[in-house]
Ligand binder design. Structure first.
Ligand code: XUL
Ligand code: CO
Length: 436
């Protein structure tokens, strides 16, 4: 059965093509800086948005039906799996990401939910082999069900903690079964609405306990991939504990979890935290915890997570610059945690959206490679800090100087006489020259 009728395999046709169902910039097998674009970008489909989300919002029902012609939820889940692989095949997307409840609907009991996951994961494994596709990462949806109204790992209710642990245990098992090399913790409702009813210290200690239990269990069943933590400052809770990369790093280090976790940086989460996407990537790279990316973009006029498909090439270029500088993806990749607008409600729109996102990142990769080969930006930064390569600067860096020696040096100088320009506008113009 074909789900996306009338849409064939999307091909690279180059930048002058007017065919909407073609790639203009993403040429999977083209080699850039020693690797194919496919290897650099490691695109992944998000199961929840693409296969499940029907365009509902706070004010209205869905605008696109995704039951795939079935009324029984398990039959619909099976069709969803077939449709997912047809879509990935047609778009040349090699990976997918899922929450447990995206692939198999929750049952009346945990045992029933687990049995459903067993059935669907058998089918997914069969389809992965048939189409040569892989899981990028798996995760557990510990936020949708009403039992998680006060959080999961940070719930004040120990029964909820236990239930979440059981759900995560199974999600890890399914991820391992499907060969996933990543497991994500996004703090669904791990945060608070008001401190008047919250024991923040206990909640954070408990979250760390849940993460430690998960890591130890996953390693015991042979998971050798990365755990990713996905920062977000707010939404759904007023204050999410995993506010941004710097906050998460402090948390991981406090609880001794920093060896097992890397970051999954989402563009729209960065901007919600009043950071740029590049800032979050840079903090991760500088601290050796860059792992994976949830590729999307927000709307700067709105204060929430709009999860739009990324089309801003300035952002994708600076993102891919950070990715290349970080040494590229290892177990991570570019997961399109993005959805079509509610008004873009056809299957064709889903394809057009992925094409837009993939082309934007392909352009980003091409430009990042140009930035690095051009060398002006890197050269400028190196030169800007050259005072630390010799003399007093080198002594500071080497830890080879005392406060008294620095004072003697400053007294001798009398005052600082030179400070070179930061040339921001010049560098922004270099970016434009490289981009256009
Ligand atoms: C929510 C979000 C999640 C995670 C996975 O903002 O980004 O979809 O990526 O749970
Ligand atoms: Co995300």
């Amino acid at each position: 059965m074909e789900f996306y009728k009338g849409i064939g395999k999307i091909k690279y046709e180059g930048k002058d093509s007017k065919n909407p169902l073609s790639f203009k910039f993403y040429n999977p097998d083209e080699v850039i800086a020693g690797k194919t674009m496919r290897e650099h970008l490691k695109f992944a489909m998000s199961y929840w948005h693409t296969m499940c989300a029907e365009g509902t919002d706070m004010f209205g029902v869905g605008t696109i039906v995704k039951d795939y012609g079935e009324t029984d939820p398990m039959e619909s889940a099976k069709k969803k799996a077939y449709a997912a692989f047809e879509l990935m095949d047609k778009l040349s997307i090699d990976y997918y990401c899922f929450h447990d409840r995206d692939i198999a609907p929750e049952g009346e009991t945990l045992a029933e939910s687990n049995a459903r996951l067993d059935v669907i994961s058998d089918l997914l494994l069969e389809l992965q082999n048939k189409y040569n596709k892989k899981v990028l990462w798996g995760t557990a949806n510990c936020f949708g069900n009403k039992r998680y109204m006060h959080g999961a790992g940070t719930s004040p209710n120990a029964d909820v903690f236990a239930f979440a642990a059981a759900q995560i245990k199974k999600a890890v098992e399914i991820t391992v079964k499907l060969g996933g090399k990543g497991y994500v913790f996004w703090g669904g409702r791990e945060g608070y609405e008001t401190l008047l009813n919250t024991n923040m210290a206990l909640e954070q200690d408990n979250m760390a306990r849940l993460m430690r239990l998960t890591v130890d269990y996953a390693r015991s069943i042979g998971f050798d991939g990365d755990f990713f933590i996905e920062p977000k400052p707010k939404e759904p809770t007023k204050h999410q504990y995993d506010f941004d990369t710097a906050t998460v790093l402090a948390f991981l280090r406090k609880y001794g979890l920093d060896k097992d976790f890397k970051m999954n940086i989402e563009a729209n989460h960065a901007t919600l935290a009043a950071h740029t996407f590049q800032h979050e990537l840079r903090v991760a790279r500088d601290n050796n915890v860059f792992g994976s990316i949830d590729a999307n973009q927000g709307d700067m006029n709105l204060g929430w997570d709009t999860d739009q498909f990324p089309t801003n090439v300035y952002e994708t270029a600076l993102c891919m610059y950070e990715v290349i500088k970080a040494g590229g993806f290892v177990n991570g990749g570019l997961n399109f945690d993005a959805k079509t607008r509610r008004g873009s409600n056809t299957s064709e729109d889903i394809f057009l959206s992925y094409i837009a996102g993939m082309d934007a990142f392909a352009l980003g990769l091409r430009i990042a490679d140009k930035m690095i080969n051009d060398g002006r930006i890197d050269g400028f930064v190196a030169e800007r800090y050259a005072s630390f390569n010799s003399g007093i600067g080198k002594k500071i860096v080497d830890g080879d100087v005392t406060m008294a020696e620095l004072e003697a040096y400053a007294l001798e100088m009398g005052d600082v006489t030179t400070n070179i320009s930061g040339k921001q506008e010049y560098l922004e113009n270099v970016m434009n020259q490289l981009m256009f």
